[in-house]
Design a protein around this ligand. Structure first.
Ligand SMILES: *[C@@H]1O[C@H](CO)[C@@H](O)[C@H](O)[C@H]1NC(C)=O
Ligand SMILES: *[C@@H]1O[C@H](CO)[C@@H](O)[C@H](O)[C@H]1NC(C)=O
Ligand SMILES: *[C@@H]1O[C@H](CO)[C@@H](O)[C@H](O)[C@H]1NC(C)=O
Ligand SMILES: *[C@@H]1O[C@H](CO)[C@@H](O)[C@H](O)[C@H]1NC(C)=O
Ligand SMILES: *[C@@H]1O[C@H](CO)[C@@H](O)[C@H](O)[C@H]1NC(C)=O
Length: 353
């Protein structure tokens, strides 16, 4: 175990010579059991020094994905009325940037959180810039995989099917900044985003991991085998693998893109609750938004969890003091700041941690 806890220090200060052999063995066993408790339980958060809210436009909710453009403008976020909005520092407010649904009308959609309108208004759940070309790729739950240029507006649809099966409920997205290739997930091939509770109740496992090839414009299915609530995805800094979350299965898998294990995957992290988006940090670790079921407590706590590429938990940051919901959809690090998205909040949270 890489993490040193108070308990480790306490245990190492014991003088075993003052105990008999049996007591020593018993104590060592107890210590072993303690150390084998899943490290999700260990909270290693330093204090958050500041927290503030960037409020969404009136009545808007659900800023899930977050990103910044090549000029450092942002945060950009996708909200539940189908818009992608950008925070404008000058006016301290979010302004319209883009949308992916061909049929979206501002009059009908702006500010709505009505599930019935989502197929018309769109729901951007994954966004990430390809910085070199200043393009924003969008995984919209209803409008499919889309892309939009630096001036925003209506995005261009890139794909609505993959290998003959409709993209039913696009969710997470990650761009390889070297090639422009886009990795993205379809949460389910059976259920729409508006039917997510049914997908969870049915223990759905028809999700897919997909790739859009920037050069050939071809969409291929990387992983067809039953993904259970395929959600966030993030490519490693060297491009050799990606991590992706399976929300319904409470776990994260690693999919190898290159090397001897290319095109195989393995489970690297199991969580005590649902993981959602995954973002790579500047140091090459990953931050996952997880709704953690606390042991012994009835409450589900919105939590940011830092893991490495092997799925080892490095840091756990409960955010229940700042959020009155159970959901942290995304936790993005940019320098010393962290930006939190939540499907159930009407603001983007900004932390110094
Ligand atoms: C957009 O509207 C047209 C005409 O009403 C309809 O045929 C089409 O299916 C709609 N597309 C979406 C994505 O809702
Ligand atoms: C859900 O499906 C997975 C396989 O995708 C299976 O391992 C698991 O046991 C199922 N859970 C329930 C509660 O049915
Ligand atoms: C696109 O992908 C399909 C399926 O993998 C493949 O058969 C086809 O040759 C590819 N097309 C191009 C232009 O790369
Ligand atoms: C995932 O975690 C939640 C607690 O947040 C729990 O209710 C659910 O049963 C877990 N699902 C699986 C497949 O372990
Ligand atoms: C919880 O958050 C929502 C959205 O951010 C807000 O509308 C609501 O007033 C909050 N409720 C409480 C009890 O703070």
């Amino acid at each position: 175990m890489a993490i040193k806890t108070d308990a480790d220090c306490y245990a190492s200060s014991f003088n075993f010579r003052q105990f008999g052999f049996n007591e020593t063995v018993t104590m060592l066993l107890i210590l072993l059991i303690f150390l084998s408790v899943p490290s999700n339980y260990i909270v290693l958060s330093q204090q958050i020094s500041t927290f503030r809210k960037l409020n969404l436009p009136t009545t808007s909710v659900g800023p899930e994905p977050i990103d910044f453009d090549a000029l450092g403008r942002g945060p950009y976020t996708g909200i539940s009325d189908g818009r992608i909005v950008r925070y404008d520092k000058r006016t301290s407010s979010f302004v319209d940037f883009a949308f992916a649904s061909q049929n979206r009308s501002k009059a009908v959609c702006d500010g709505t959180n009505s599930p019935a309108l989502r197929p018309v208004c769109g729901r951007p759940l994954g966004i990430e810039f390809f910085h070199r070309r200043n393009l924003l790729f969008i995984a919209d739950a209803f409008a499919g995989l889309c892309v939009v240029g630096p001036n925003g507006g209506l995005a261009t649809q890139l794909a609505t099917t993959a290998e003959g099966i409709s993209l039913r409920f696009l969710n997470g997205l990650s761009v390889d900044q070297h090639t422009g290739d886009v990795y993205f997930t379809d949460y389910s091939s059976r259920f729409l985003q508006t039917q997510i509770q049914q997908a969870i109740a049915a223990n759905d496992s028809t999700g897919r991991l997909l790739k859009y090839d920037y050069r050939t414009k071809n969409v291929t299915v990387l992983l067809l085998r039953g993904l259970s609530g395929a959600n966030g995805v993030a490519i490693s800094s060297d491009g050799t693998y990606l991590l992706f979350a399976e929300s319904i299965a409470n776990r994260t898998q690693r999919f190898w893109l290159r090397g001897a294990r290319a095109f195989t995957s393995e489970v690297v992290a199991n969580f005590q609750g649902m993981p959602r988006n995954i973002r790579r940090t500047p140091s090459g670790d990953f931050l996952v938004g997880v709704s953690v079921q606390r042991p012994g407590a009835p409450s589900i706590v919105p939590t940011a969890i830092r893991i490495n590429g092997a799925g080892q938990i490095l840091q756990t940051l409960p955010l229940d003091h700042y959020y009155n919901t159970t959901v942290i959809s995304e936790f993005l690090q940019r320098g010393s700041r962290y930006y939190a998205g939540s499907a159930q909040a009407n603001f983007v949270g900004v932390f110094n941690w």
